[in-house]
Ligand binder design. Structure first.
Ligand SMILES: [Zn+2]
Ligand SMILES: [Zn+2]
Length: 320
């Protein structure tokens, strides 16, 4: 059972996305690339090299529903008649365009993002949405944790690895401990746990960093020899990356706590102090990362948090 990486261009800052072809029955692609002319052409070329066409695809599996990974799912499904699309039930972006704006709006307001910035972020959501078509509920099957995706000569185990998004999944070939990890594991950058509503109680915030750390430990429990991420080169030394991620997360947390002024601050204010030069989507990613770290520090008892004026205000503990 051969896993063939195909690199596709994206219009996003992150650069090309890796999708993975398993060219044996049922012919399967893991992730699709964004819905752009360039990506669809690159995908066709990649399939052609393997002696295949889009119409041969039988199964389209999504690691998560960000546009660079799920954008073409609908197009491919329509062209490869009756191909099955699979995604985890906690993932929602493939349905309505990634961000259900109203729910996210509340989360942004609580994080202290000012109204004009919330409006600017809405514009960013709308812009990104053009790179994916939404899939109807009955077009999609559910990936379940621990299930097996079977192939002619092997299988991939589905491992739910929430954090980057609530429904992110990885796929493990246990025979040689290869992991296809989507954006859970990336070679050069620490993946950003993205601000999302909690899939169980959508009025709450998903505890993305705490979940992410559990997911990393779960990937580690397979002792991977090769991790194929959604962007960049494969990871051969997962242990080194695991330790590097933990160090980066600890350092970032300490840095954020240091930045909190005496009288407290919102996540937005802390994110602006930490990343003063960001704009566009990066302001959203900055506040998203900040909230994830503050939530985690708060759950560890390292910070106090209280509501003031509809915003969450973080304070250092009295003895710090
Ligand atoms: Zn992603
Ligand atoms: Zn990605």
């Amino acid at each position: 059972m051969k896993i063939v990486p195909i690199s596709l261009p994206t219009p996003f800052y992150i650069g090309p996305v890796n999708v993975y072809l398993i060219a044996e029955d049922p012919i399967t692609i893991i992730d699709t690339g964004p819905k752009t002319k360039e990506a669809v052409e690159a995908l066709r070329a990649g399939l052609r090299q393997a002696g295949l066409a889009v119409s041969d695809l039988r199964r389209i599996v999504l690691t998560h529903a960000h546009e660079d990974h799920c954008g073409m799912a609908r197009t491919l499904r329509d062209e490869a008649k009756d191909a099955e699309v699979l995604v985890h039930g906690w993932e929602t972006g493939h349905r309505a365009g990634r961000l259900e704006y109203q729910e996210h709006r509340q989360l942004l307001v609580r994080a202290g993002v000012p109204p004009d910035e919330v409006e600017a972020m809405r514009q960013v959501y709308d812009d990104v949405r053009q790179y994916a078509d939404s899939l109807e509920e009955d077009h999609v099957g559910e990936l379940r944790d621990n299930a097996e995706l079977e192939f002619e000569t092997g299988a991939l185990r589905v491992v739910h690895t929430p954090g980057h998004t609530p429904g992110s999944c990885s796929f493990v070939r246990e025979a040689d401990r290869t992991v296809i990890a989507g954006d859970c594991v990336l070679n050069r950058i620490t993946p950003n746990p993205i601000l999302s509503p909690d899939p169980i109680d959508r009025s709450r915030r998903f505890r993305s960093l705490a979940e992410y750390l559990v997911s990393l430990a779960r990937v580690r429990s397979f002792s991977p020899t090769l991790v194929l991420g959604g962007h960049g080169d494969p990871v051969h030394d997962f242990e080194e990356l695991f330790n590097r991620y933990l160090r980066a997360i600890r350092e970032r947390q300490a840095q954020m706590i240091r930045l909190i002024p005496r009288n407290g601050a919102s996540a937005w204010e802390i994110s602006r102090a930490l990343f003063p030069d960001t704009d566009d989507v990066h302001r959203f990613l900055a506040v998203s990362e900040t909230v994830a770290h503050l939530d985690y520090a708060h759950s560890e008892g390292k910070l106090a948090m209280e509501m003031g004026d509809g915003r969450e205000i973080y304070r250092k503990l009295a003895n710090d």
